[in-house]
Design a protein around this ligand. Structure first.
Ligand code: ZN
Length: 364
């Protein structure tokens, strides 16, 4: 028995409770003893449009360094957060990869170069090769930790650092697996985890909805003392995907196709999302394949469909895709027509799912 009730599956956070075990996580000991051994850091800025990162920051300060100063960011205004960072001389940031890239440019505008950042903790969306490259360029002095987890369990399921060359070369989302706090199993190619500690929440077993591969590797370049790793791929049902500070949901796209285009298109679609880096910004590049009822719509009509979908597709709480395009976080939506499209699927960047595609072929 396990539950599908998780923030990754329902897109709503179910629970956030600091766990004692989170504090004792083997990764944090490892971070202190190996990765950040000779790194100076004193001031932490939890940066996200979400106050739980402040809680996370406070937990982190306890885990890593009792005298670490935690500075709250302005959750609604990143410009103010950058000003706060410059005034308090922040050197440690917890955030999402996309936000880290965006924030580096804001730091430059307040004349507090991102070279001052010595530690970066990144989570909450998949890593891509474009994100890796850009983050390393923008924060050349930072030791970077990427972690894979879920809100409800409050311990990292997997973690990797910027010194893990072996894992980085293997896959953008390969992590050292936390075998101490969880039992990890695979059901239909997806991860089911069982927490091995008591929580006030009665649920202990979760289906994460992520397709994964667990394997053993030879010792990593970072010398992490565990040979099990987890590679995280697409969502099991390909009906939703979180990337670039946005969430795409198949049901939202279907209802817009029915609302705006039912006389010319079916509601079948395939959305392909790529992550690209241009001019120190990280943005997503969405291509939507649609199925015409009879004839392929004209260029003019296609422009109109693009306009309507961008305007009405909500990809962030109360924010449409068109706003993300204007903010420079997404390219404009491209539409292509394909009579062979069936159902509604959302494909993550190719680099993240091709590893799993090859695996499927090998099984067949
Ligand atoms: Zn490693």
């Amino acid at each position: 028995m396990f539950t599908y009730f998780s923030s990754g599956t329902s897109h709503k956070q179910s629970l956030m409770l600091p766990q004692r075990q989170f504090i004792a996580s083997p990764y944090h000991c490892y971070f202190n003893e190996v990765i950040a051994k000779n790194v100076n850091y004193s001031t932490l800025l939890p940066l996200r449009e979400n106050t739980d990162y402040l809680v996370l920051g406070l937990i982190m300060s306890k885990i890593l360094k009792p005298d670490l100063l935690v500075v709250p960011s302005d959750v609604y205004n990143q410009d103010i957060s950058a000003y706060i960072a410059s005034q308090t001389k922040v050197d440690f940031i917890i955030t999402q990869p996309t936000a880290a890239v965006y924030f580096a440019n804001l730091l430059k505008t307040v004349k507090y170069p991102p070279t001052n950042i010595t530690v970066l903790y990144l989570s909450a969306e998949p890593m891509t090769n474009a994100a890796h490259k850009l983050i390393r360029q923008l924060y050349p002095n930072a030791k970077i930790l990427y972690w894979y987890g879920m809100t409800e369990v409050c311990a990292t399921i997997g973690m990797r650092s910027s010194i893990c060359n072996t894992l980085e070369n293997l896959h953008p989302n390969a992590y050292h697996l936390n075998t101490r706090d969880f039992i990890s199993e695979i059901e239909n190619n997806s991860l089911v985890i069982t927490q091995l500690y008591k929580t006030p929440f009665p649920l202990i077993r979760y289906h994460t909805g992520d397709k994964i591969v667990i394997k053993e590797v030879a010792p990593c370049t970072c010398a992490f003392p565990n040979d099990k790793i987890v590679i995280v791929g697409p969502r099991e049902n390909l009906r939703s995907y979180k990337i670039g500070s946005m969430i795409f949901r198949a049901e939202d796209i279907e209802s817009l196709l029915v609302e705006h285009c039912s006389n010319i298109l079916t509601k079948d679609f395939r959305l392909e999302i790529e992550s690209i880096a241009t001019n120190d910004q990280l943005l997503i590049d969405p291509i939507l394949y649609l199925k015409p009822l009879k004839e392929t719509p004209s260029l003019e009509l296609t422009q109109k469909i693009i306009y309507l979908l961008e305007k009405d597709l909500i990809v962030h709480p109360r924010t449409s895709l068109s706003t993300m395009v204007m903010a420079g976080l997404s390219n404009r939506l491209k539409i292509k027509y394909d009579f062979g499209v069936q159902g509604g699927t959302i494909m993550p960047p190719k680099e993240l799912h091709q590893y799993f595609d090859k695996m499927g072929k090998a099984e067949a």
